[in-house]
Structures are given as C-alpha cells and as structure tokens.
Write a new protein. Structure first.
Length: 75
C-alpha cells in the first residue's frame, strides 16, 4: 500500500497520526480506534494501511468524527 508521504488522497496533504496518537487526542483507547475503523465510524477515506501492521489516520478525521459523534448523541 501507499505510505502517507506518497499517497495522493486528499487527506495526504495534511498530517497523519498513529492509532495511539489519534486515541490520545480524542480521549479513547487504542482498541476503540481499531473498533471505530472496523465498524466504519472512521471512514476509509481517512485511513491508510502502510504495510501489514501499520495504520495511519488523517488528522483531518478528528473534527469530522467528533462532530459526527456529537450529532449522534444529540448535542
């Protein structure tokens, strides 16, 4: 797969985070991040697979996901 540096997807223009970094910014566990990816709560447009075990998430996904989750809770 492509690396964050060589990907031509639109989120590639910004910063890429590891699942642990993403989890720390949102305030959830790393396991929850993997669950959100698997369940589609974090859209695949914000996720890249760089190698067999390396996942990167676009920093641009943070505001998108937080707004989505707030709307689901009715805030």
């Amino acid at each position: 797969m492509s690396s964050p540096e060589s990907s031509s997807a639109s989120p590639a223009q910004g910063e890429w985070l590891s699942p642990a970094e993403w989890a720390a910014k949102v305030g959830v566990s790393r396991a929850s991040v993997y669950r959100y990816i698997a369940e589609g709560d974090i859209p695949q447009t914000f996720v890249i697979y760089a190698g067999r075990r390396r996942i990167r998430l676009a920093a641009a996904s943070l505001p998108y996901c937080l707004a989505l989750w707030r709307s689901r809770r009715g805030e």
